[in-house]
Design a protein around this ligand. Structure first.
Ligand code: NAD
Length: 532
């Protein structure tokens, strides 16, 4: 039976639009790619991929270097486009979109050749010493990438670069809100020399994404919400399509009793409000030791009061708009729910209609309690809800009391204590004394546990997601029959018992006796008929 999404994907004429969230200006309208168009795109990628893989990693990395140079030359235009389409301040676009991708390219240029090389697999089992094993990394073929709007360039680009370097062809389905940025990525990659059919973008909505999931791709890398991730996992399970799922988060920040209040408050305010809180790694829940609670709140309110909300094109702007009005309504309803249940709104807590339809004031909430929606559901807006805790035990329990597990942070002046506590927090990444910036460390794997996802992007582990592992084994003595082949019998059984004793018996004597018995096997096999 076709789902509603599949039916929709067959229908042509569905439209999506890129709209500037700060001004409401329509940037461009697109027709959604239909299911047949998606299938044809994937087919072109499949045809183009073998030659791309044949090219070899050094040549592919040369093209990545060229892409890196072009991106650096066009950094301002690219960042401006991201600001116009996604709303974030221009300087954030430079740092979290352009710089992250330039550095991801640097990481691949420096490391991918070594990381994708065959690895020898030494054998410990005595019986297998005559064999030479290798891990061989092969491209999957065609990798589908479905990406969100909140980091429209860096997410699609970092995943695509890793997939391409590993020898795959790539088809990207960007968010329906940020198609222009994805098209710019395509034009930079093509200008660098990556063949058009090796990297393609299909624009469209959720139904187009579903069509890509169901098309003849070999792996899917999805970044987006938990609810979409679950639908994709179900569709993928039906055909055992491998997937990486980078999903939402409800990242806790733990401020221990020895933390520097001013520093931690600055970190909290930036971590909660960067990209208007629309970051998967943003501070979504803040737990502060009771002894620092009031001074911490005071510092957060003071620092929040200094922030300027506005159009991201203005260099003085700290916080831009939310992506769409629907997003605003969700933030608003979580804040109202918290307020109704006794949370104190110390800053913000309201829309800013004088700036435009999508602006929400950066909000600090005190006395949030674990049952409130604001402490359980992903907010994805500029809200910092704060709760006191009594002990480190208490802090760990509160941090782990969530269905999510993307990232977390621990704030303390004692790094050893911070790292010890970090090991007890259930998350894909825990930072001590910083937040969010782990996304900019190209060597660091990114991904979640629990509902925050499956698999990893970035770094060595992200690159490994883009290849199939083949175990290749070659026998060094091809002219010799193997002792474990047929020819079973009493003699052989005794020899093999000896082999087990040689390797695993306790005591030198038993091992030596085992060796003597096993040595018989080296003389070669006796056919049953030969055994008298
Ligand atoms: P979303 O799930 O609504 O959409 C993500 C992408 O999936 C879009 O391209 C969308 O068109 C597509 N899509 C929607 N329905 C689909 C379907 N049935 N089949 C296939 N594709 C479908 O998410 P969003 O609102 O664009 O992004 C915000 C979410 O992404 C937040 O939850 C955020 O935490 C998460 N996110 C996670 C990470 C991470 O690395 N873990 C990074 C950024 C954002």
């Amino acid at each position: 039976m076709l789902t509603d999404l599949q039916i929709a994907a067959n229908v042509s004429g569905r439209k999506i639009a890129s709209v500037n969230p700060a001004t409401g200006e329509l940037l461009r309208e697109f027709e959604c790619a239909t299911e047949p168009e998606v299938q044809a795109t994937v087919e072109r990628a499949r045809v183009a991929q073998p030659a791309w893989a044949e090219l070899g990693i050094r040549r592919r990395l040369d093209l990545v270097s060229k892409f890196q140079r072009l991106l650096h030359q066009k950094k301002s235009e690219l960042a401006q486009l991201v600001t116009r389409e996604a709303g974030k301040p221009y300087v954030e676009a430079l740092l979290t979109e352009v710089l992250v991708v330039l550095d991801a390219a640097r990481f691949l240029i420096e490391n991918a050749y070594r990381m994708l090389r065959d690895d020898p697999v030494p054998h410990g089992n005595l019986a297998m010493k005559t064999k030479s094993g290798h891990l061989v990394r092969e491209p999957y073929g065609v990798i589908g990438i479905i990406s969100p709007w909140n980091y429209p360039f860096s997410i699609a680009a970092t995943d695509s670069l890793a997939a391409l370097v590993a020898g795959n062809a790539v088809v990207v389905k960007p968010s329906e809100f940020t198609s222009l940025t994805a098209m710019e990525l395509a034009s930079l990659l093509h200008e660098a020399g990556i063949p058009e059919d090796v990297f393609q973008v299909i624009v469209g909505d959720g139904a187009t994404g579903a069509a890509l999931t169901n098309a003849a791709i070999d792996k899917l890398v999805f970044t987006g919400s938990v609810s979409t991730g679950k639908r994709i996992a179900q569709a993928a399970a039906a055909r055992l399509l491998p997937v990486v799922l980078e999903l939402g988060g409800k990242d806790p920040m733990l401020v221990l009793d020895d933390a520097n209040v001013e520093i931690a408050a600055s970190g909290a305010v930036w971590g909660a409000f960067v990209n208007a809180g629309q970051a998967c790694l943003s501070v979504e829940r803040c737990y502060v030791h009771r002894s620092l609670y009031e001074p911490f709140l005071e510092a957060c309110v003071r620092k929040t009061g200094e922030l300027r909300v506005g159009n991201g094109t203005d260099p003085e702007t700290d916080i831009g708009p939310l992506i769409r009005e629907r997003q605003l309504r969700n933030v608003e309803s979580q804040v109202e729910d918290a307020r109704a249940q006794g949370a104190r709104v110390l800053a913000g807590g309201k829309r800013l209609p004088e700036l435009g339809a999508n602006f929400y004031a950066p909000t600090v909430l005190a006395d949030a309690t674990p049952g409130m929606r604001i402490m359980r559901e992903e907010t994805f807006g500029p809200v910092l809800p704060v709760t006191p805790f009594e002990s480190d035990e208490d802090a760990v329990r509160l941090a782990n009391d969530s269905e999510y597990g993307l990232a977390a942070s621990v704030w303390t002046s004692d790094r050893t204590r911070g790292e010890a506590l970090a090991r007890r927090v259930q998350a894909g990444t825990v930072m001590v004394n910083d937040v969010v910036s782990c996304f900019g460390i190209s060597e660091a794997p990114h991904g979640g546990v629990k509902a925050s996802g499956i698999g990893r992007s970035h770094g060595r582990l992200g690159l490994e997601e883009m290849v199939r592992i083949k175990y290749l084994d070659a026998d060094r003595l091809p002219g010799v029959e193997k002792v474990w082949w047929y020819g079973y019998g009493k003699n052989f059984t005794r020899q093999m018992e000896g082999l087990l004793d040689l390797q695993f018996a306790r005591g030198l004597g038993r091992r030596l006796r085992g060796a003597v018995r096993a040595a018989g096997a080296l003389k070669g096999k006796h056919r049953r008929s030969e055994i008298k």
